[in-house]
Design a protein around this ligand. Structure first.
Ligand code: WT7
Length: 702
């Protein structure tokens, strides 16, 4: 098997050093007087106002930032735990709140600024008035051409162009539930999600730019429809936006009567207005699919009123967005960060929200800072992976540009204090305040963060629970872990909040099992105090009340701040005919945090070959997307197993990360471990460590 052995994975010194640093208590950094002087949230009484004795009514403060068609009667209804209901009896429209209501004061102000990837194409500003016109026209098309009405689901598979938020807001105007699938996901991944949500309409785009190339994106639509059909769902209309007027970036032929260019159909709806439909606060606004512990992604269903209130409140107080700010969140709208903090939160506050089409380091490491300088961005929001990448490719690059951020966000993964300091000193020029916001797709908005003008920052720690959020760490024996004990455990949220998802689309039991079963104190109780929300993240709580997030405790891998289920990748591998067994484990990566690594065992009589490895790589890319590409694919003679035949992913994760494998004497085949070790690490003995918490825990619950 030696001939197909791949380069051994070596956890670099830098990563090890960063892990070590991560465990030290860090010093505080303080916001500047200048920042505090202009901040939205400077009243320390907020803690008292959002304390448990004022719960749940405290969240009226967020809901009151919105314009309601009908005010609600009950702030929180707990009659059917854990299916909490917020602002019950209220009626509201999200599109009205993000568009129409700003016309009086801000119609000529830019709502969106689109920055195309090619620098030869100038940025495009869409004013609130223009957004209003375009959302209305497209809503008319959705209603009259597609026959869509409140409650119907629509799948949107689009890149980062203004037509994406326009599409979402047009859906919201009608009460149509949008399900945006990240544009980088494959056509197949889009198809399974379209089927799960029973979408009859798919909205896509002909193409978009990435790394300087105009990609054919519409090709994925044909695959998506084929897959959806196999799963029993017929999508009968495909609407295709064009990247360039009058051109077609896709070579894929149109299917007559099924595929339509949006601009051609839109000519019939020019200037039309569609009254925003007053929706129940509890009506679903959108679905967002995310990976979990099974092979099938789950559709997180978010409500209209509570979600919008929560993202608006947190955008105002934690992102510190004022209408005069130029705010740039580098996430993709195809993830929850983009929904909450590019589209709904900022637009509800009449901000100017920047969207960038392409790769942050294209055509060079200065691109991001050129955009910031040109548009005079003053609030910047990105992930540790992007920060690590920008630091590596252009350590001093920010110094060359004349931009000034007042506020910066990091989200999606734990950030190493070293990297945090570069973000603060070099990117933020020592001026900007930083918030490290911890939350998840399921949560709608931030759960832990410092309050930017009120709390000091601590590199590597997200900070305390947000106003009205009461987090706690619980250990495996159901005991609360005390602050300052230094002990890690599972971070949970004791209370419901308006941004929490309603359920998993079509799977209420899974919703309860996944998030509430583990620590529920009494299944019959209607008291929210008996239903802590289990986040599936490990964390430590310092004596000062700051939470440091350690990473996932389940079989989800956080790749560059995006979630991938190991089971999803394993299912893809098993479709390769030569593969008998597959195991996917996380491996530490200096830039992306964690990446998947694949182990496969072949069917009897099949010889290992590079061709099989290529097939495995290919199938992962077509079934999920490039984002799931494994670091290595190892062909092993056998999988490490217990005597009862359980595959020990924990042992493989240890081998991939040069960690101690722990006790393996109880395995049915302990000898195979040495065999695999040599395959992965090489013949020479390598230095072993205990590894970080998430890798140590990986696979231990199997
Ligand atoms: C997982 C959720 C909604 C944010 C984007 C990702 C990790 C998120 C942080 C942070 C450390 C973080 C957690 C979480 N995570 N933010 N500030 N520090 N880890 O959303 O795809 O649903 O992933 O991202 O592990 O469970 P997601």
């Amino acid at each position: 098997m030696a001939e197909i052995r791949q380069k051994p994975q070596i956890v670099s010194e830098a990563t090890e050093a960063q892990i070590a640093v991560h465990w030290r208590e860090e010093e505080y950094y303080y916001p500047s007087a200048k920042f505090i002087g202009q901040a939205n949230l400077t009243d320390p009484d907020v803690i008292e106002r959002f304390s448990e004795k004022n719960f749940p009514e405290c969240f009226r403060e967020y809901a009151d930032l919105l314009s309601w068609d009908k005010y609600w009667d009950t702030t929180l209804d707990t009659s059917d735990p854990p299916f909490w209901k917020w602002f019950v009896g209220g009626k509201i429209n999200a599109s009205y709140n993000c568009v129409d209501r700003h016309l009086a004061n801000y119609k000529n102000k830019a709502a969106l600024i689109f920055v195309p990837e090619p620098e030869s194409e100038a940025p495009v500003a869409v004013t609130y008035r223009e957004l209003y016109v375009r959302v209305n026209e497209f809503a008319a098309l959705l209603r009259d051409f597609c026959g869509l009405k409140a409650g119907d689901r629509v799948t949107i598979h689009m890149p980062m162009v203004p037509e994406l938020p326009i599409t979402m807001l047009a859906c919201a105007r009608l009460g149509v539930v949008h399900s945006v699938v990240f544009g980088g996901f494959s056509g197949e991944a889009c198809g399974t999600r379209a089927a799960d949500s029973q979408s009859q309409v798919l909205i896509t785009m002909d193409g978009y730019y990435r790394y300087g190339k105009l990609l054919d994106h519409k090709a994925g639509a044909d695959i998506a429809l084929e897959i959806a059909k196999k799963e029993g769902q017929t999508v009968d209309k495909v609407l295709v936006w064009r990247r360039h007027a009058g051109q077609n970036a896709s070579a894929t032929p149109f299917v007559k009567g099924r595929d339509f260019f949006v601009d051609e159909v839109l000519t019939k709806y020019k200037g039309q207005l569609v009254a925003p439909v007053p929706m129940d606060a509890e009506a679903p606004l959108f679905l967002m699919y995310t990976s979990g512990s099974t092979g099938k992604p789950k559709g997180c269903q978010h409500r209209t009123g509570g979600y919008l209130a929560y993202v608006t409140g947190t955008s105002k107080y934690i992102q510190d967005i004022h209408p005069e700010d130029v705010y740039w969140c580098m996430a993709d709208i195809g993830w929850i960060t983009g929904h909450s903090y590019i589209v709904y939160g900022p637009l509800a506050l009449a901000a100017t929200s920047v969207m960038y089409e392409g790769v942050p380091t294209y055509p060079d490491a200065g691109r991001v800072w050129r955009i910031a300088e040109r548009l005079d961005v003053n609030i910047f929001h990105t992930s540790p992976t992007a920060i690590r990448m920008l630091r590596k490719s252009g350590h001093d690059e920010p110094d060359k540009y004349n931009y000034h951020f007042k506020h910066m966000t990091t989200v999606g993964e734990p950030i190493e204090p070293e990297v945090w300091r570069w973000y603060h000193e070099t990117v933020g020029k020592g001026e900007a305040v930083i918030v490290d916001t911890w939350w998840q797709t399921e949560n709608g908005g931030f759960l832990c963060s410092t309050k930017p003008a009120l709390d000091p920052m601590k590199p590597g720690s997200a900070g305390p629970g947000m106003p009205g959020i009461y987090p706690v760490i619980i250990d495996e024996n159901n005991q609360e872990v005390a602050a300052g004990s230094g002990k890690a455990g599972n971070i949970c949220i004791r209370n419901p909040w308006p941004g929490i998802m309603q359920t998993i689309w079509g799977s209420h039991d899974r919703f309860v099992a996944q998030y509430y079963a583990k620590y529920c104190k009494n299944r019959n109780s209607k008291d929210w105090r008996d239903w802590p929300y289990f986040a599936a993240d490990g964390a430590v709580l310092a004596a000062d009340g700051y939470f440091r997030i350690l990473g996932r405790v389940d079989d989800v891998i956080n790749v560059a701040g995006h979630r991938l289920g190991t089971k999803e990748i394993e299912s893809a591998c098993l479709t390769v005919s030569e593969v008998a067994e597959a195991a996917v484990v996380p491996v530490a990566d200096e830039i992306k945090g964690r990446v998947p690594e694949v182990y496969i065992a072949l069917k009897p009589g099949v010889q290992p070959s590079q061709a099989i490895i290529d097939k495995v790589n290919k199938v992962i890319e077509t079934m999920i997307g490039k984002i799931a590409r494994p670091k290595h694919v190892h062909i092993v003679p056998d999988m490490p197993k217990t005597r009862s035949g359980k595959l020990m992913r924990r042992v493989l994760a240890a081998l991939s990360n040069n960690m101690n494998t722990g006790d393996i004497t109880t395995l049915a085949n302990p000898d195979v471990v040495e065999n695999i070790r040599e395959l992965v690490q090489g013949k020479e003995a390598v230095a072993l460590t205990d590894g970080p918490e998430d890798l140590k825990r990986f696979g231990t619950e199997e």
